[in-house]
Write a protein that binds this ligand. Sequence first.
Ligand SMILES: *Cc1c(COP(=O)(O)O)cnc(C)c1O
Ligand code: SF4
Length: 339
Amino acid sequence: MSAQHNEILHFAKNWQQQLAEAFTSINDLCDYLHLSPGDLPFSIAAADDFPLRVPLSFAACMEKGNPFDPLLRQVLPIKDELFAYPGFNRDPVGDLPAAARTGVIHKYHGRVLLINTGSCAINCRYCFRRNFPYSDLQLSKQNERAAIQYIQEDSGISEVILSGGDPLLLGDTRFARLIHQLNNIAHLKRIRIHSRLPVVLPARITDGLINTLIQSSKQIVIVVHCNHANEINTRVIAACQRLKNNGIALFNQSVLLKDVNDNAAVLCELSEQLFTYGVIPYYLHVLDKATGTGHFEVSEPEALALMKQVQATLPGYLVPKLVKEKAGAVSKQYISGNS
Ligand SMILES: *Cc1c(COP(=O)(O)O)cnc(C)c1O
Ligand code: SF4
């Protein structure tokens, strides 16, 4: 995409076209942000390992001319990713051993997670899935049947979580077919969708998608992923309000990230803004220790100190639960101090 790109024309296009025009070149992104690549700790080797990818809708929320912008930091490939931090590895959450079938992760009671696609609209540098062997793990059309059958045969499963990658990258037709198959499983109560698209590519919330969701016989829960209030622009607000007005329960999960949102005022503002637009703060994850992400780590004592400040400022329902993922555990682990 060129720096001369017309934003009004871009945002009038459908989501697939917007996705195709996402920034993948550091030079284009720098031009757009009025930065020169020399101002940034950009690393070609890091980008070779996990490519730069950021939709214009998200880049438009970054502050022009600011090399330290907290949204830019989430997507910029930098040299620090190449350092080996002790304790960081390729599968920190133990998802690979928990695969019950191809694309099916059954780790927690009553809930199974389906990996519907390995791709995302945005490549978040801190993501624990950046190292995943997706071609082996994700659900193809062929093994989708085996996955549905697995859910059908276990009446203890009450909730299916569509995850990825980003499950909303499936086109409307394929997505509708999947929801339809899940609707036919009597013992399922809920379908939960974990997606960053309402925030980074809000054009994805199409009429077709809304129709599929409201026609589902299961309760629909959407957990979006937003780390900083600056990510919430007018398009994001419209997408969230539309989901909310159609009876969909909306929650947010964030990751606590050094030099992005490791600040009580930033976390409070995020919760306030989310709630204003109908989204309830759910989880604040401490970083999963995935190779290439060590420079984002906030220590648990620091995280707890931040949460104390947030708790002292906000009503309880706006305080997300501070959690971490532990390989082999029966749930997310709550991190709490003694107060
Ligand atoms: C996080 C996660 C879930 C959902 O956990 P909740 O605490 O219900 O949000 C389910 N399965 C897997 C594999 C997960 O990582
Ligand atoms: S799975 Fe989520 S956090 Fe990871 S790259 Fe995709 S959108 Fe970002």
